[in-house]
Ligand binder design. Structure first.
Ligand code: AGP
Length: 591
């Protein structure tokens, strides 16, 4: 899951390319590179590490006098993160940047080696360049169209041909948009990369080849010209900047009350049938990472409140396992980016089986948003920090509404109007928590040297623990695990050592005493207990933070932000790169 950007126009390409890469760095940041063209000369400059290192390198180069270029920031899949494997790659007359994975690269490479093609890198991308070059006889559109028939897997390519003063691109499964400017045009993995220059764009569908000059855009399908609509992005330049905040993660947490209230009010004031799933007997909630954990909260709410049988499934397993469907099954896909490869595959599997699908998604132009049979947009705005916060919270809120609406339709919720009123004021309680952020800063400072931690809870609290644990893991690199509280004594409790941080989430009235007894079990082995609860009567073992008590539908929404802030401040006190944690990327477009 890399980021690609391309420019052709009357200006020099370096500035828009570097600007674009910086905005795409959340997609991968272990190495990067650019290629610019003047007449039949291609200049390629690559670097390991962050874009700033590439920028430094470019400053010391004598640059071609160019108006055309492509660029790439990498999350290594094939071959380690070094300059040779960094993109762009040039084979013959073809120079390309790539986001995705060519699954049959090894077979294609073996064939091409027999044709005496020499490969410098370990990448699948260089193989793709060689395949395109093997079909090139002066007609770029034909060469690309022919080549993609040979390639298996996912790709978004930005392509330059040595003897063509045009920019080319094509995609399949990986995201790619075309930016429409005045006397200049762009390609990019995401509109955020070019929003500084234009808010006008075209969405490319799979296997559509685009050919750009500074004042013209042609799109081909099977070498036939096709019409494309120009869309206008809602994104603003401010959205793509962190403003006065130290990190995008903190900015996005602080945006939660306003965004949550706006989206909740929109759907609460004019309920849509999208939220009524009463006609289904079974629901498969399928997603990855934090989106799956939001789905696990959804499962608990739909079962407990709306009496619907639910399964929360990890998409990378779901796509390959035997799934027993029946006519009354709904498959709900949850995804912030809408481009997560495993979740896309799970959606297409459900479609192949004729199942209804409902997507809960943030990026409205994404593959999942466009392909799912129905979609609920969470409207979180762009989420730049790799660790999701506001999008996760809005995904949970959508499940709160689905459970509430369905419980009402099934006559299971007598206090519907009261709960709707509560929903319209939920941001009040959330603001109180964010106003207390210095309390969580204190916890972060306490955890500075603790490299292990546990989270325990039961029922919906366990699902919340999974997200709290993931936040701490992915931004602070603490080895953290979440457990069903009753499960700990069956082995894992042997890991509890003196002062080991154990977070207990206790909001579910029905089982809070059980969780409390598990807390006492670990405390008696000298663990340091941090309790997040809605019950002030619970003992303060070491640290206790009491959130407001609200209905079961909205309670999870108040229990998670304290854990998001603790994760953030623990990483901040360690001086880590919070928005771009090592080894991660924002949207996982490869499996
Ligand atoms: C969460 O902070 C991570 N970025 C990751 O687990 C993420 O939730 C997962 O990759 C799913 O992404 P999606 O919501 O864009 O599909």
């Amino acid at each position: 899951m890399c980021g690609i950007v391309g420019y052709i126009g009357n200006n020099k390409p370096i500035e828009p390319l570097i600007e674009g890469l910086k905005k795409l760095e959340y997609r991968g940041y272990d190495s990067s590179g650019i290629a610019i063209k003047e007449k039949n000369n291609i200049q390629i400059i690559k670097s390991t590490g962050r874009i700033v290192e590439l920028e430094e390198k470019i400053k010391n180069e004598k640059l071609l006098n160019s108006n055309l270029g492509i660029a790439h920031t990498r999350w290594a899949t094939h071959g380690e993160a070094n300059e040779i494997n960094a993109h762009p790659h040039k084979v013959g007359k073809v120079t390309i940047v790539h986001n995705g994975i060519i699954e049959n690269a090894r077979d294609l490479k073996n064939k091409l080696v027999n044709d005496n093609i020499v490969f410098r890198s370990e990448t699948d991308t260089e193989v793709a360049a060689a395949v395109i070059n093997s079909f090139y006889n002066g007609d770029p559109v034909h060469a690309i169209t022919r080549a993609i028939k040979e390639l298996k897997g996912s790709f978004a390519f930005g392509i330059i041909f040595e003897d063509q003063d045009k920019l080319y691109a094509v995609r399949k499964d990986s995201p790619l948009i075309v930016g429409v400017g005045k006397k200049e045009n762009y390609i990019a993995s995401d509109i955020a990369a070019i929003i500084k220059y234009t808010d006008k764009y075209m969405l490319l569908n799979d296997n559509e080849v685009v050919e750009l000059t500074s004042d013209n855009i042609n799109v081909y399908k099977d070498e036939e010209l096709i019409e494309k609509k120009i869309e206008t992005s809602q994104l603003t330049i401010e959205d793509a900047n962190k403003g006065s905040y130290k990190h995008f993660m903190l900015k996005e947490i602080m945006e939660e009350p306003a965004l949550l209230q706006r989206t909740l009010n929109k759907y609460l004031s004019n309920p849509s049938d999208l939220f009524d799933v009463s006609k289904y007997e079974k629901i498969h909630i399928v997603a990855c990472g934090s989106a799956l954990y939001a789905g696990m909260v959804g499962k608990s709410l739909l079962e407990e409140k709306a009496n619907v049988k639910c399964y929360a499934e990890c998409a990378s397993e779901y796509r390959y396992k035997k799934v027993i469907y029946d006519r009354k099954t709904l498959v709900i896909l949850v995804s912030q980016s809408g481009e997560t490869a495993d979740t896309i595959a799970a959606m297409r599997k459900a479609h192949e089986e004729g199942m209804d699908t409902l997507a809960i998604v943030n990026v409205t132009t994404s593959t999942i948003a466009r392909e799912a049979k129905k979609a609920i947009f969470i409207e979180a705005g762009p989420e730049i920090a790799v660790a999701t916060t506001k999008a996760y919270l809005l995904q949970v809120a959508m499940f709160s509404l689905i459970a509430l609406t369905t419980a009402k339709v099934k006559g299971l919720e007598k206090k519907y109007d009261e709960i709707v009123e509560e929903g319209k004021n939920i941001s009040t309680y959330l603001n109180k928590i964010l106003d207390d952020k210095d309390i969580f800063k204190g916890v972060g400072e306490e955890l500075k040297d603790s490299m292990d931690a546990f989270f325990i809870g039961r029922g919906v609290d366990y699902a919340i623990c999974e997200e709290g644990s993931l936040k701490l893991k992915e931004v602070s690199y603490t080895h953290s695990d979440a457990y069903q509280a009753g499960e700990l004594k069956h082995g894992t409790i042997s890991l509890i050592e003196k002062d080991m941080p154990v977070f207990a989430v206790i909001t579910d009235d029905n089982i809070k005493d059980k969780t409390e007894s598990n807390v006492i079990e670990v405390e008696s082995r000298a663990a340091k207990i941090y309790t997040i609860t809605n019950d002030d009567s619970l003992k303060n073992h070491h640290f206790k933070y009491v959130i407001d008590k609200v209905s079961d539908y909205f309670q999870p929404i108040l229990a998670v932000p304290p854990l998001q802030l603790i994760g953030y401040y623990t990483a901040d006190v360690r001086g880590l790169d919070i928005d771009k944690p090592r080894n991660l990327a924002k949207s996982v477009t490869v499996e």
